[in-house]
Ligand binder design. Structure first.
Ligand code: AMP
Length: 506
């Protein structure tokens, strides 16, 4: 049944601080936005979008810079029952074209400087509005003129609140449908699990187009009814400046290794912080140890993915172990199985499967793909290779799908390979992730030239890719090889390539 109380926004609002003048967001340059600002601006933004024809269940695609107003836009979509579709600001026009065709957003919100280009990929009945980093643009003007009707739309708990695109191994991104209930489950569970203290500030340095910065960080703060210091992006000096006022920091492993590279980062800077949380990519034991030694703090590593949100976490009280992602969240069942779905013994490596209220509804308009990723008893097949010991402690040992994680962002090799293969002078290629001190893994292309054509060079390939795929997906290096190694089944043996070039970035 549809009800207002199923709307995630209603749950947030119930937990707002009694004093609505309390800080929700404080920017780097000390602009302060209160809970009252949040409530009013999100309601007016919802009213403005409604007047532009956005209805319950319509998609609102958003590709803008991080700002308080961008957070209010997300919350406006939630409260009006529209589906929020965040897009990485690095996506290229051809990628946007795909998303816009696939998700058919009613409204597209872009930055004023990209709007004219984006307009080219929209059709006549799609509306385009703008919002810049300072909260200005055509959406802001419409919001200003709108009336605060206090709208919170009645929804079903399982109605989709957001679609977040994750790349597929086939190279075609898939839209993960995340519900109001999924998000409420996370906020409630993680708020409790990580022991949020009333009034404590969170240091927010993550991007907000990804589930980590958007649903994990922001929603925990909203559940706590407290505030966050909202930085445009990660910057070690800014972290040093603002950490002493924050109780919690969430980050990807790269953030922690970059902090350690800064000599001014020490125990004193961290003395007021209660908890450092890491996720989205494996935290190297070296980083974990060095952080402990330098600051006296033990980073809490947790593991999750777009489709499922958080799955496991190291404990708040109890041992946090390097190389382990901890235990299944309360209410989440985790098992390790082989490819046929048979559960393996404790300590054996297999594919992590899970079930619980955290698991998404499926891939947008891809029922077949969705079916393939679930077992008949409702377990979702994560595709991550993992081990679980007798006590239930989980370690991620690899990625079945060869996903590359560079600076905390995911790159599916296949998608890059398809683009490189289209370049004249290329015969075939393999894209792999190689160890890199800063990025964790660096996207690297191994190319076999087309012998019939003039010899193509590295810069010609990197130049050709610039307009076609987002910067973070572009190879840091392109190497040439006479033949790609293949197994008897004709599959390229990427493990051999990884071994051969393992020291490329040393
Ligand atoms: P995403 O959908 O972008 O959140 O990426 C999810 C993938 O990131 C997972 O399937 C894992 O392969 C990887 N991942 C996330 N957190 C961790 C972690 N703590 N350790 C190892 N891999 C992780």
């Amino acid at each position: 049944m549809k009800s207002e109380s199923n709307n995630l926004y209603a749950a947030f609002r119930d937990r707002f601080p009694t004093d609505l003048g309390a800080t929700f967001i404080q920017t780097e340059d000390d602009r302060v936005y209160s809970y009252r600002d949040l409530d009013k601006t999100s309601a007016k933004t919802a009213a403005a979008m409604e007047s532009m024809g956005v209805k319950l269940g319509d998609r609102v695609a958003v590709q803008i810079e991080k700002s308080a107003e961008a957070v209010f836009l997300y919350l406006a979509c939630i409260r009006m029952g529209a589906i929020y579709l965040p897009l990485n600001t690095a996506y290229s026009l051809s990628e946007l074209k795909y998303f816009s065709k696939d998700a058919e957003p009613r409204l597209f919100v872009a930055t004023p400087d990209t709007a004219a280009t984006i307009e080219r990929v929209l059709n006549d009945d799609q509306v385009l509005l703008t919002l810049d980093q300072n909260g200005r643009g055509s959406l802001a003007e419409k919001t200003e003129a709108a009336t605060d009707t206090g709208l919170i739309a009645p929804v079903e708990a399982n109605d989709v609140a957001s679609i977040v695109y994750t790349s597929g191994t086939t190279g075609r991104p898939k839209g993960a449908m995340i519900t109001h209930q999924n998000l409420a489950f996370h906020a409630q569970t993680l708020h409790k699990l990580w022991g949020f203290v009333p009034g404590e500030m969170l240091l927010h340095t993550l991007p907000i187009y990804h589930v980590h910065g958007l649903f994990i960080a922001i929603n925990c703060v909203l559940w706590n009814g407290s505030g966050m210091r909202f930085l445009e992006k990660f910057d070690a000096d800014a972290v040093l400046k603002f950490l002493p006022e924050c109780g919690v920091m969430m980050g990807v492993p790269t953030f922690y290794s970059r902090l350690l590279a800064n000599e001014a980062f020490d125990a004193e800077v961290c003395s007021k912080t209660r908890l450092f949380i890491s996720g989205s990519a494996p935290l190297l034991a070296n980083t974990f140890d060095a952080f402990q030694k330098r600051t006296g703090h033990t980073i809490l590593e947790r593991y999750g993915m777009t489709e499922t949100g958080m799955i496991t976490s190291n404990p708040l009280d109890g041992d946090r172990v390097a190389g382990s992602v901890g235990f299944a969240l309360p209410g989440v069942e985790v098992r390790i199985a082989d490819e046929s779905g048979e559960v393996v013994d404790d300590g054996e490596t297999g594919i992590l499967e899970l079930r619980g209220e955290n698991v998404f509804q499926g891939y947008w308009r891809q029922p077949e793909k969705t079916k393939q990723e679930f077992r008949p008893d409702g377990y979702f097949i994560s595709g991550d290779l993992a081990k679980k010991d007798k006590s239930g402690r989980v370690a991620i040992v690899g990625r079945e799908k060869d996903l590359i994680i560079t600076g905390g962002l995911n790159v599916y090799p296949k998608e890059v390979e398809l683009e490189i293969d289209r370049i004249k002078g290329v015969d075939e290629c393999a894209v792999i992730g190689l160890p890199h001190a800063d990025f964790g893994e660096a996207v690297t292309a191994i190319v076999r030239r087309d012998a019939r054509l003039p010899s193509i060079e590295e810069t010609e390939i990197t130049d050709a890719l610039k307009a076609r795929i987002a910067g973070f997906k572009q190879p840091k290096r392109v190497l040439f090889i006479d033949d790609l190694p293949r197994n008897a089944m004709g599959k390229v043996q990427k493990n051999l390539l990884r071994e051969q070039f393992s020291e490329l970035y040393d």
